[in-house]
Design a protein around this ligand. Structure first.
Ligand SMILES: [Zn+2]
Length: 96
């Protein structure tokens, strides 16, 4: 009788241990994924003056990438602002 209780006790400990290990692994993977998406979303982050919402996506005409207005490289072309993902794309646009 006491043995049965002991086995039950060990089984419960094992299950809780396994669950915590699985939880930790899941957390580690989830944390990594969250970190990646956060670092991708981060950068800039400075709020605009309020005229245009920060983070509005503008298309880079050179490579076709959509870049947030707050972090884009801007260039006035023919009276309108063109947004680029990088200085490299801006110089490409100007030369080509
Ligand atoms: Zn680009």
């Amino acid at each position: 009788m006491i043995r049965a209780v002991l086995y039950l006790f060990i089984a419960i400990i094992l299950i809780t241990f396994l669950r915590s290990v699985i939880g930790l692994i899941a957390k580690a993977f989830g944390g990594l994924m969250a970190e990646e998406s956060q670092s991708a979303a981060a950068g800039g982050g400075s709020k605009g003056e309020g005229s245009t919402p920060a983070g509005e996506l503008k298309r880079d005409p050179v490579c076709g990438t959509y870049v947030p207005e707050s972090t884009s490289v801007k260039q006035l072309v023919g009276g309108r602002v063109v947004h680029f993902c990088s200085e490299e794309c801006r110089s490409k646009y100007q030369s080509g």
